[in-house]
Design a protein around this ligand. Structure first.
Ligand SMILES: NC(=O)c1ccc[n+]([C@@H]2O[C@H](COP(=O)([O-])OP(=O)(O)OC[C@H]3O[C@@H](n4cnc5c(N)ncnc54)[C@H](OP(=O)(O)O)[C@@H]3O)[C@@H](O)[C@H]2O)c1
Length: 253
């Protein structure tokens, strides 16, 4: 019996990387987890397989969050699944994790790339929250995955870091708005984490340089970030809201 037993969670971008680790961890802690994916159907099924192998529960749900109406499509699909498989269209934990990080400097960023980065990292969470808030139970959790790039932005994060900064401001704004329902809203800001998005963290030479600039002396693993998300999602996290919680092991302090 984990701390999230009887809770229902949606984790966006849970086919790979940090989202996969979050989905697995929340399921291990007892939640039924909707594993959202876009292209990675096989990967999402693998995430679900790993969840079920450990006695957890979940279901996969597809949606392209770069589409203008992506958040609305995902909300409709989630609510339909909740109506079909549960007692009603209510759930407990929303993790806005799906993200893209086009590595481009200001001068190289096209308007199309800018729009895509802002759409997936900020617009989609914004409208997903707007649509799903009425269905989030009192005492629920909204957890937005940001980036250490808002604290220590690099030139190649020209569109990405401002989009994540917007997500953090939205986090604080919403915390005030929904606090009366005992819903907490927080952002988690990973540092360099070993996933497809961050090939540098996989490269041994680059990883050594990252580790040397990190208080805890290594690059992050998806499970490190998932543990922080699980802590906020748990009942013990109920007094933390409106915060951006660094999950970088102390990178570039
Ligand atoms: N890795 C890092 O070093 C790092 C550092 C700071 C912050 N972060 C943040 O952590 C989060 C997870 O990153 P990650 O490193 O785990 O990335 P990743 O391994 O590249 O995985 C990205 C996930 O997002 C989904 N996604 C991408 N574009 C999408 C779209 N258009 N519509 C719907 N889903 C989409 C992918 O789904 P499909 O594969 O199914 O298409 C995948 O599940 C992101 O918000 C990222 O900004 C990562």
């Amino acid at each position: 019996m984990g701390p999230l037993v009887d809770k229902i969670a949606l984790v966006t971008g849970a086919s790979r990387g940090i989202g996969k680790a979050i989905a697995q961890r929340l399921a291990t802690d007892g939640a039924f987890v909707f594993v959202h994916f876009n292209h990675g159907q096989a990967e999402a099924e693998a995430t679900l397989g790993a969840i079920r192998d450990r006695g957890g529960q979940g279901a996969a749900i597809q949606c392209d969050l770069s589409a203008p109406d992506g958040a609305h499509v995902l909300a409709d699909r989630l609510l339909a699944a909740l109506r079909r498989d549960f007692s009603g269209p209510h759930f407990d934990i929303l993790v806005n994790n799906a993200g893209i990080g086009r590595g481009a400097r200001l001068a190289e960023t096209t308007t199309d790339e800018f729009d895509r980065v802002v759409t997936v990292n900020l617009r989609a969470p914004f409208f997903l929250i707007q649509r799903l808030l009425p269905h989030l139970r009192d005492g629920g959790r909204i957890i937005n995955i940001s980036s250490m790039g808002t604290r220590a932005p690099q030139p190649h994060m020209a569109a990405y870091a401002p989009a994540k900064a917007g997500l953090e401001v939205l986090t604080r704004l919403l915390a005030n708005e929904v606090g009366g329902r005992s819903i907490t809203v927080n952002a988690v800001a990973p540092g360099a984490t070993v996933t497809d998005m961050n090939p540098r963290a996989r490269d041994p030479v680059a990883a050594r340089a990252i580790a040397a600039a990190t208080a805890l002396g290594r690059v992050g693993q998806p499970q490190d970030v998932a543990a922080v998300v699980a802590a906020i999602a748990s009942p013990d996290g109920g007094w933390i809201t409106g915060q951006t919680i660094d999950a970088s092991g102390g990178q570039r302090l």
